[in-house]
Design a protein around this ligand. Structure first.
Ligand SMILES: C[S@@+](CC[C@H](N)C(=O)[O-])C[C@H]1O[C@@H](n2cnc3c(N)ncnc32)[C@H](O)[C@@H]1O
Length: 300
């Protein structure tokens, strides 16, 4: 499938992804764009919402690198399935703040994404279309007693974090390209800015399992867990403001403690976070400063 400027590619579960030509990176896990959205984002979110300690009636989600929209759409689809089974009835509202630097991508890909079999349930909702995500326009619809709201902001994530401080969220999805390539979006300061916007039992979910990312989240006081592995990858990360220790047996296979090996790596210099005090440095400046801190290169 091909659209102007974008190179679509099928992933192993049949769902479509895109190739980012300058970074030579796929937008999703090769094992499946949909599978990744389900395992690393939607399933842990629904598991958290079902916890007795989490009392959310209007669920607010920030999807900070919205891209083709898989993570938000899969979450909404899973929530509808839960409600059909009689769960999550206490949730009366679902709001998505979608943010991405590239609105044209979203506009081009959402109709294609929604047409896939994995989104059969939500594609049957005639009111949910690509038009539900338009820059600067708040979209509202009530469906089966559930109030759905979405807004799209076309902007750079660091610009948003520096300039928009009033929104708060229950869960934040963090899905930029990889830390090694887009380091400026993976710093301790980005996660600190998220923390300021989280509700008291709020969480951050990301596909990355890099020690530098988990180290940053731990330094900020989050409880850090692992989400299920997709393909050869070692699982993503859930950073939670509440301690889930007592719930872990119930959350098995969806949210898990870090392994001993993962804990050991966090205690080495691999666990040192990337730093960007003013949210203004280039990725290269951030990587070099961390290498110096790790003692891998000398000053000067
Ligand atoms: C890995 S893809 C996200 C995939 C997406 N979550 C999905 O479900 O399809 C990374 C996204 O980050 C966006 N992006 C790149 N730089 C950004 C920035 N500085 N601020 C916000 N978004 C950015 C890209 O446009 C791209 O859509």
């Amino acid at each position: 499938m091909q659209a102007p400027d974008y190179i679509f590619q099928a992933t192993a579960d049949g769902s479509i992804s895109l190739l980012e030509p300058s970074l030579q990176e796929l937008y999703h896990n090769r094992q499946g764009a949909y599978t990744e959205a389900l395992m690393n984002y939607a399933a842990p979110t629904l598991a958290l919402l079902a916890l007795p300690s989490v009392k959310v009636s209007c669920f607010r989600l920030l999807d900070s690198c919205f891209g083709l929209g898989y993570n938000s759409l899969t979450c909404f689809d899973s929530l509808l399935s839960f409600r059909k089974e009689g769960s999550a009835a206490g949730i009366k509202g679902f709001s998505i703040k979608a943010l991405d630097i590239d609105y044209k991508l979203c506009q081009t890909s959402l109709p294609l994404v929604l047409r896939q079999p994995c989104f059969k349930q939500i594609a049957s909702l005639s009111w949910l279309t690509g038009q539900s995500f338009q820059p600067g326009i708040t979209f509202d619809h009530t469906h089966d007693d559930l109030h759905f709201q979405s807004t799209f902001s076309e902007c750079d994530l660091r610009h948003y974090l520096k300039n928009e401080r009033k929104d708060t969220f229950d869960v934040i999805y963090h899905d930029p390209f990889s830390p090694r390539k887009v380091t400026e979006l993976w710093t301790l300061e980005v996660f600190a800015a998220y923390k300021q916007r989280l509700q008291p039992a709020g969480s951050i979910l990301t596909y990355s399992s890099a020690p530098a990312i988990r180290g940053a989240l731990r330094q900020l006081g989050f409880h850090v867990y692992r989400t299920a592995a997709v393909g050869g990858k070692s699982g993503g990360t859930l950073a939670c403001l509440q301690d889930l220790q007592d719930y872990l047996p119930k959350l098995a296979n969806v949210i898990m403690p870090l392994s001993e090996e993962e804990e050991r790596r966090l205690r080495t210099t691999s666990g040192l976070p990337y730093r960007d005090p003013e949210l203004s440095l280039t990725g290269e400046e951030i990587r070099i400063a961390r290498l110096k801190e790790q003692g891998q290169i000398k000053d000067g």
